[in-house]
Design a protein around this ligand. Structure first.
Ligand code: KG4
Ligand code: ZN
Length: 333
């Protein structure tokens, strides 16, 4: 039995995996209600809440599944990137368990966990392109194996989820903005407002979303009356069109037809439809909805892969806040 823990940001995740690599059960405690009045995550509140929730959640997971501490064979935990206070809660807890139970500690990278979250549902053949779109990151990877993935490009400013959250704030909508914009946009006219498609025509694999947010800020200052539904639909179309078109172009150029879309924004219903509409020979994979946003099931899956390989972490290993990327050698564009 393997225990997995995710505390990189504002979700507390606990999951249990069998030695055969089957997910037994996963639990997520979300702090959305705590941070919503502030319009974004308050790091200090996030870490204090992690501290309060983690131990009872682990206890509940073990009790509800009739698992004793002595049944645990290994413990996998997210080491980064993320908020340092939140990360420290999970990592310290996991180190203490590893030391006291004398079981291996497995260090998981949060971005890698998202990139391989698709395996919780289906096995995707390597290599594939991994488009990781979350609140903290937006990046395109060439994924060759579980321990071999290279960065092709990333956002130069805001992450896609951050753009959803900031635009929602401009419109007076609650945090997190993604799910609510997704809903409102379904009732809106996406061609009502003409918004920029940042970096769509540039010959690279990078993205940029801060200009799109500024365009909306200026539009809101200029126009007396706006339709929130139409603006949400127009914004969503502009952002998703850039993500879809640039990813498909990369796939065709690099001749890698399998594409995995992961991270919180991959839950977006319009993005999923647009990818399916614009794909020709490409196969597009999306993780099941509960595993798009932060969870410990994805940490447990990668933890299980590493456990089988004997890829363990030292108790001296430290959590990290910034992404660790290996850059790909890019072809001439
Ligand atoms: O992966 P995640 O849970 O946390 C990070 O690692 O950042 O992603 C959270 C982000 C938030 O910015 C949220 O607004 C966005 O994912 N999100 C969505 C949707 N659901 C969550 N964005 C667009 N459409 C959605 N349906
Ligand atoms: Zn995440």
């Amino acid at each position: 039995m393997l225990l997995a823990i995710e505390t990189s940001c504002d979700e507390t995740g606990v999951a249990l995996f069998s030695e055969e690599g089957t997910l037994i059960k996963d639990y997520v405690y979300s702090q959305v209600a705590l941070h919503s009045p502030f319009g974004g995550i308050v790091p200090e509140l996030a870490s204090r809440k992690q501290l309060e929730i983690l131990y009872p959640l682990v206890k509940r997971a073990l009790e509800e599944n009739n698992i004793k501490l002595s049944d645990l064979k290994a413990i996998a935990v997210t080491f980064g990137p993320g908020l340092i206070g939140s990360l420290l809660v999970g990592v310290t807890f996991a180190k203490a368990l590893s030391l006291s139970l004398r079981i291996p500690l497995i260090a998981i990278d949060h971005l890698a966990a998202h990139l391989f979250s698709i395996f919780l549902e289906s096995e995707v053949p390597f290599p594939y392109l991994g488009l990781l779109i979350s609140g903290g990151h937006t990046a395109l990877f060439m994924v060759k194996d579980f321990d071999e993935y290279e960065l092709l490009g990333h956002t130069r400013d805001d992450a896609a989820g951050e753009a959803f959250d900031k635009v929602a704030k401009l419109l007076g909508l609650p945090y997190p903005g993604g799910p609510i914009i997704d809903q409102l946009a379904q009732k809106g006219n996406a061609s009502r407002y003409n918004l920029p498609r940042p970096m769509l025509e540039e010959n690279n694999f990078d993205f940029s979303f801060s200009g799109l947010k500024t365009a909306i800020y200026l539009l809101l200052k200029r126009e007396q009356e706006i339709s929130k539904e139409d603006l949400c639909a127009s914004f969503q179309l502009a952002l998703c069109e850039v993500l879809v078109e640039k990813t498909l172009r990369a796939s065709r150029l690099l001749k890698v037809p399998n594409i995995v879309v992961a991270g919180g924004v991959s839950a977006n219903s319009f993005l999923r439809r647009l990818f399916m509409e614009r794909a020709e020979r490409e196969n597009i994979f999306f993780p099941p909805l509960p595993y798009c946003t932060d969870n410990a099931a994805m940490v447990g899956f990668l933890g299980w892969v590493k456990w089988k390989k004997g890829d363990f972490a030292s108790l001296e290993a430290e959590p990290y806040t910034r992404a660790l990327f290996k850059k790909a050698t890019l072809p001439l564009l």
